[in-house]
Design a protein around this ligand. Structure first.
Ligand SMILES: NC(=O)c1ccc[n+]([C@@H]2O[C@H](COP(=O)([O-])OP(=O)(O)OC[C@H]3O[C@@H](n4cnc5c(N)ncnc54)[C@H](O)[C@@H]3O)[C@@H](O)[C@H]2O)c1
Length: 428
């Protein structure tokens, strides 16, 4: 039976490399559909946890994981040789930036090497990690073909950007349309057929470069619009206009406007990073991405502005940051998730620490935190005796009425205290 038939009859075996925020939900979705999935990860503690049916990703309930482990449709392993038995290899490893803001493809390269080591005729390889246009063709293809097998003739290769939005209850793996582009038509068709088993809608595009660029357009669109609205927030502050009311009112226009909201800065594994993959690649062709650089500049300066608002708040009580007790409410990069990667709260903590603040924090999703020279454990906000609190992440479970009563001064970077007016509340 050829691969297309094996996929359609759900007899195809799928290998997922990288069982994180992207790989694990996808693996479980395939396994729930009845496909046999082998998840490979280099982190043995993750393998142990998954094998025991315990999920570390809030979007994947442990019960769902445990049921596919028990049914035998999902198995986690740290032995890459087990990938030799699968029909499809789907790569979901991290793509961070180096300190120089250049792409760090080392994880992708390692995953491709692991794939190349087991590659055999008839397999389909898909790259899902967000990366610059050209990666699949220029990095993955030559490495996979080095052993003598050729794409199109012997195996298939496609790119499909992951669009998962951790914590989003409305849009999940199943109902977020999936874009796929292959090196050739057969690769596109096979990848589309595979995702078609678990997602409602698949969009085929001309090739891998288009598919890679789609993801970067989406994330650059967000980074630039957030940069614009952050600049509007700074401007409104100077002009003494409530930016939140402006956005709400502008948002009533039924066409031609889409609301974006200011905040303490960009966070997460995608929006602060992915646009720089694009600008790096464009620079290789002598093209300067001005919007990306400008948005990065504005967004990157927001934690400093938050600290300025903390200074304003303390100043109103004749206090200084130095020596004050300051409590951060929420340190995750966005509401209702426990991910602190690139979280602006970490920058804010560091800036306040350097200025001599005594710091505490609360976050129902982040029990402890380590940044340069500072190790903290989360506490109950109602037990924090602070001069000022900063709402960095507007988690739904925070009791904002109690918070307003508890803290003498509040800096609200998310408009979580919408509708409450008091001289003690300092908004962005
Ligand atoms: N998190 C998101 O919301 C999101 C959304 C869309 C796209 N993406 C993209 O998806 C990719 C993966 O992101 P993530 O958030 O899932 O990362 P993650 O850090 O949560 O997970 C990656 C996993 O890969 C494992 N790993 C690293 N190197 C490996 C190797 N050589 N072999 C096997 N396993 C390896 C790690 O141990 C980890 O478990 C990135 O390119 C990211 O930009 C992420």
């Amino acid at each position: 039976m050829d691969l297309l038939q094996r996929i359609k009859s759900r007899e195809a075996r799928v290998g997922i490399i990288g069982l994180g925020y992207v790989g694990l939900p996808l693996a479980v979705e395939f396994a729930k559909a009845g496909l046999h999935v082998v998840g490979y990860d280099v982190d043995q503690s993750k393998i142990d946890s998954l094998s025991a049916g315990k999920s570390y990703i809030p979007d994947v309930p442990s019960e769902e994981l445990a049921s596919v482990v028990k049914a035998g449709t999902f198995r986690a392993t740290s032995d890459q040789r087990e990938l030799a038995n699968v029909d499809v290899i789907d790569i979901c490893v991290p793509t961070p930036l180096r300190k120089t803001r250049d792409p760090d493809l080392s994880y992708v390269v390692k995953a491709i090497e692991a794939t190349a080591a087991v590659l055999r005729k008839g397999q389909l390889v898909i790259l899902e990690s967000t990366t610059y246009p050209g990666t699949t063709e220029e990095v993955a293809q030559p490495a996979l073909e080095a052993g003598g097998l050729k794409v199109g003739r012997d195996f298939h290769l496609a790119f499909s950007p992951e669009r998962v939005d951790p914590g989003n209850q409305t849009y999940t793996t199943k109902n977020i349309p999936k874009v796929v582009g292959g090196i050739d038509q057969m690769s596109t068709d096979l990848a589309a057929a595979l995702y078609g088993q678990v997602v409602d809608k698949v969009i085929k595009v001309a090739n891998t470069r288009v598919a890679e660029m789609v993801k970067l357009l989406e994330n650059t669109f967000r980074a630039v619009n957030i940069g614009l609205v952050n600049e509007i927030a700074l401007m409104c502050h100077r002009l003494n206009i409530d930016v939140w009311e402006v956005i709400d009112a502008a948002g009533t226009k039924p066409f031609g406007f889409m609301p974006f909201y200011p905040g303490p800065g960009l966070g997460g594994h995608c929006i602060p990073i992915d646009p720089f993959y694009l600008s790096w690649k464009a620079r290789q062709s002598g093209f300067e991405c001005r919007f990306i650089e400008l948005a990065g500049h504005v967004n990157g300066a927001m934690p400093e502005f938050v600290v300025e608002r903390v200074t304003d708040a303390l100043n109103s009580a004749k206090k200084s940051i130095n020596g004050s007790n300051i409590h951060l409410l929420g340190v995750a990069y966005k509401k209702d998730v426990g991910d602190v990667r690139e979280s602006p709260a970490l920058d804010i903590l560091e800036l306040l620490h350097r200025r001599g603040a005594k710091l505490t924090y609360s976050d129902p999703f982040v029990p402890s935190l380590k940044i340069d020279g500072l190790a903290l454990n989360a506490i109950d906000p109602m037990k924090a005796g602070a001069d000022c609190a900063v709402i960095c992440t507007n988690h739904s479970s925070f009791d904002y009425d109690a918070i307003v009563k508890r803290f003498p001064l509040l800096v609200d970077t998310r408009n979580a205290l919408r509708g409450r007016n008091s001289k003690a509340i300092f908004r962005l």
